[in-house]
Design a binder for this molecule. Structure first.
Ligand code: GLN
Length: 242
């Protein structure tokens, strides 16, 4: 982090922001400010260069065509790859998650190169689209409570040896290949299929990103009653039989 403020970069709101994923940037921003941090929020449209000075980068989901356009522009730009090589933190959702991997299948049915920042490969799922509520237990290495969110994707994702599953689903499909895995992560790069927005439903994930950015083990506590009520309500509703 720079001496003065935390720089939070929201990548391509014009292409990748389905299902309220923009809420993720609001949650990171808000939880940082509640800890007394100054925050520079930088929204980068797809015709603008990706700044390499960011501390936390957020990418949302998107439909198949905007996803291809975003991948082309991010590859050409190269800024996100440079930032990650310099230790930046990235949190990505759905289409954004697929773009961070080595490859996904684009709207034309062709393999599209990703950025190779996460050791995952996405292909088009043969089964029906993965749609619905998700509850998932997070990798114990991260020490986070269960994830709640919802998914809507056709692509399914295979994890290579350089990444770990972010969570294991108790409800829903997650990565969609039948092994119960949901999302993937390495030290500083995270991907998930969960919308919601996922950081509003799982604010301690946002805190985890802040801790990584600040290089601290703990943050001052904040009043989470509103978030806790939302989580309880979503978890209870997801657990109801349809
Ligand atoms: N287009 C991608 C898929 O269907 C991602 C969808 C999304 O971001 N919700 O797999």
């Amino acid at each position: 982090m720079s001496d003065t403020s935390l720089r939070v970069v929201w990548i391509y709101p014009d292409l990748l922001s389905t299902y309220g994923d923009q809420g993720n940037v609001l949650v990171v921003e808000r939880r940082a400010r509640r800890r007394g941090l100054k925050v520079d929020r930088i929204d980068v449209r797809s015709d603008q260069p990706i700044p390499t000075s960011g501390d936390i980068y957020l990418i949302g989901g998107g439909e198949d065509r905007p996803q291809r356009l975003a991948a082309e522009r991010l590859r050409r730009d190269g800024g996100l790859q440079r930032s990650v090589n310099n230790g930046a933190i990235v949190f990505s959702v759905c289409a954004g998650y697929q773009i961070l991997g080595h490859e996904f299948v684009n709207d034309l049915g062709n393999p599209e190169p990703g950025l190779g920042l996460l050791d995952v490969v996405s292909v088009r799922g043969e089964a029906e689209r993965c749609v619905g509520d998700v509850l998932a237990d997070v990798d114990p290495a991260l020490g986070l409570p269960e994830l709640t969110g919802f998914e809507n994707h056709q692509g399914v994702t295979h994890i290579g040896p350089g990444a770990r599953p972010l969570a294991t689903v108790r409800l829903g499909k997650g990565n969609g290949i039948g092994d119960g895995n949901e999302g993937a992560w390495n030290d500083t790069v995270f991907g998930t299929y969960l919308h919601g927005p996922v950081l509003a439903r799982n604010p301690l994930v946002a805190d985890h990103l802040l801790k990584l950015a600040l290089d601290v083990n703990a943050l001052p506590p904040v009043d989470d009653r509103w978030y806790d009520a939302l989580r309880a309500e979503r978890i209870a509703s997801a657990a109801q039989p349809a």
